[in-house]
Ligand binder design. Structure first.
Ligand code: PHE
Length: 337
């Protein structure tokens, strides 16, 4: 009978297809209620003198079975592992999925660069609202209604009183009203004008600078602009001031930077002059200081305002401002580091 059990168990075990099935067969024979346990229970029915021999037989049988199952278990585990390795194999030669990396828009790049340059000189950033009142955009900046200078900037009105700001200069007033000198702020942001050609767009970005303290002069302005030109254009860049007019500065200047493309000799970019107009600036008009409660006999200041798109166009040789708003990926991709 015992031989039968061994035979039977090995046949069943051999046909087990996986470790789970093999375990079930094992329990059928070696488990707590398995066939071996049942045999041992029969011990009681056997004559006293035959018991030791019977016990030994059963134990031998159990050992044989255990050894047998152990071998099979190992074999089946190995088979299962091989199967798994084969099925879960990764084909490392398969082409991967390429992730397209984005780049910063040239306007954002130049804006960040300008902020870095001026923050390095101690300027704080202040951002004003895009919808402004006429007062902040014009009147407080010494441009009352019917002042001819209002025509310099074609304005989009939202209501009779509110408009889309035409210049970041509005930020000068907001800052001076709240803060006493010394003031050193940089105000980046979008501005809007009804203007549209190859170098003008109805929406563009400006960067306004304002410094107010005791004994500020035009020399301080030029020294700082020289530093700006060297950082943004080239180490050998120079600046030149030309007289100009803005209602909120007196004197007012137009600032030219030596042409980085020809080094000042004259080329098509600078139209043969060696200089490129980059921004407007000047000493803050006494009236503007007074409008904000700053005593013009005690304090003086300078302000400057530049177009971010214009700087980007000069820096990267872009000839049409529309390229900066069309967002054609083929154009933008060229601005990888
Ligand atoms: N706000 C002027 C413009 O938009 C630029 C400017 C700023 C000029 C500050 C002087 C001082 O044209």
């Amino acid at each position: 009978m015992e031989e039968n059990i061994l035979e039977e168990a090995s046949q069943e075990a051999e046909s087990a297809e996986n470790s789970r099935a093999l375990y079930e067969v094992k329990m059928k024979y070696l488990g707590r209620t398995g066939k071996i346990s049942l045999l041992l229970k029969k011990m009681k029915e056997i004559a006293q003198e035959e018991r030791p021999a019977f016990g030994k037989k059963i134990n031998d049988l159990r050992e044989k079975l255990e050894a047998h199952f152990e071998k099979l278990e190992e074999k089946i585990k190995q088979k299962e592992l091989e199967h798994k390795l084969k099925n879960e194999r990764i084909d490392v030669t398969m082409p991967g999925k390429r992730k397209k990396e984005g780049v910063l828009h040239p306007v954002t790049r130049v804006k960040n660069e300008l902020i870095d340059v001026f923050a390095g000189m101690g300027f704080e950033i202040y951002e004003g609202p895009e919808i402004e009142s006429e007062y902040y955009n014009f009147t407080a900046l010494n441009t009352p209604a019917d002042h001819p200078a209002r025509d310099m900037q074609d304005t989009f009105y939202v209501t009779d009183e509110f408009l889309l700001r035409t210049q970041t200069s509005a930020a000068q007033i907001r800052v001076m009203e709240k803060k006493k000198p010394p003031i050193k702020i940089l105000s980046p942001g979008r501005v809007f004008r009804s203007d549209d050609d190859a170098t003008h767009s109805p929406m563009f970005h400006q960067m306004e600078g304002l410094v107010v303290d005791k004994n500020i002069t035009l020399c301080d302005l030029q020294g700082m602009l020289d530093e700006f030109a060297r950082s943004v254009f080239s180490d050998s860049s120079k600046t030149r001031l030309r007289p100009s007019y803005f209602p909120f500065t007196e004197p007012s200047v137009e600032v030219d930077v030596s042409c980085a493309s020809c080094g000042g000799k004259g080329c098509s970019l600078c139209k043969g002059t060696g200089w490129i107009e980059v921004l407007g600036a000047g000493m803050v008009n006494r009236r503007v200081l007074e409008n904000c409660g700053v005593d013009p006999d005690e304090y003086s200041g300078f302000a400057f305002g530049m177009g971010v798109e214009r700087i980007a166009m000069l820096k990267y040789g872009i000839n049409n401002i529309k390229l900066l708003t069309e967002n054609d990926v083929r154009f933008l991709e060229q601005f990888k580091d």
